[in-house]
Write a protein that binds this ligand. Structure first.
Ligand code: ZN
Length: 167
C-alpha cells in the first residue's frame, strides 16, 4: 500500500487484467484467480459477491516501484483495486503471499481502519500519521507501520488456511 497519484491514475485507466499469453503467465493467471476467489470468500463471507475488487497483474504499470510487489487502493467507495507486480519471476508462494497481504489492506479500507489521504497522510484506527512522519519517525520503516504489520497477519491467516489448496 502506497500513495502515488501517478500510479493511481494509470491504474484507473487500465481497465483489464492484461497478461500476455504464455504457459507461465497462464499458470500465474489461474493461480491469482483461484486465490482471489478463496480470499474474498474467507474475508467477506456472504458479502463476498458485493465486494468489488479488481486484481490486475501490473506488468503494464511502467513506474511500479522497484521494491514493491503489490498495491491495494480505493478507486472509489466500495470499489477496490489490487495490483501485483509482474516485472520479476515470482514463485507461486510469492504471488499468493503478496495477494493475501493486499487483501489485508482491502479489509482495512472496508472497516475504516485504514484511510489514505493523498497529500495529508494515513489514518490508522483513528490516529493520523502525517505525510512528513514517513520520513522522520518510526513509520519511516515499512515493516514498522501498523497497517503493514496487520496486513501481514491477514496474509498469514489466509495462507495458513489455503496453502494446501493453492501451493
Ligand atoms: Zn502493504
Amino acid at each position: 500500500m502506497r500513495f502515488t497519484s501517478n500510479l493511481r491514475e494509470q491504474m484507473r485507466k487500465s481497465k483489464t487484467s492484461t497478461i500476455k499469453s504464455s504457459l507461465t503467465d497462464n499458470h500465474r493467471r489461474v493461480l491469482i484467480k483461484k486465490a482471489t476467489k478463496l480470499f474474498k470468500e474467507k474475508l467477506f463471507g456472504v458479502n463476498a459477491n458485493k465486494v468489488n475488487i479488481q486484481v490486475i497483474d501490473s506488468r503494464l504499470v511502467r513506474d511500479f516501484p522497484s521494491n514493491a510487489n503489490g498495491w491495494a487502493i480505493v478507486i472509489e467507495p466500495e470499489y477496490y483495486q489490487i495490483a501485483l507486480c509482474h516485472k520479476y519471476r515470482h514463485t507461486d508462494r510469492e504471488v499468493v503471499s503478496t495477494l493475501a497481504h493486499e487483501f489485508g489492506h482491502i479489509q482495512q479500507y472496508m472497516s475504516g481502519d485504514l484511510i489514505v489521504e493523498e497529500g495529508k497522510g494515513i489514518t490508522w484506527r483513528g490516529a493520523l500519521f502525517p505525510q512528513e512522519s514517513f520520513r522522520n519517525s518510526i513509520v519511516a520503516q515499512w515493516h514498522m507501520r501498523p497497517w503493514e504489520i496487520h496486513a501481514d497477519s491477514v496474509r498469514d491467516f489466509l495462507l495458513d488456511t489455503y496453502s494446501d489448496q493453492l501451493l
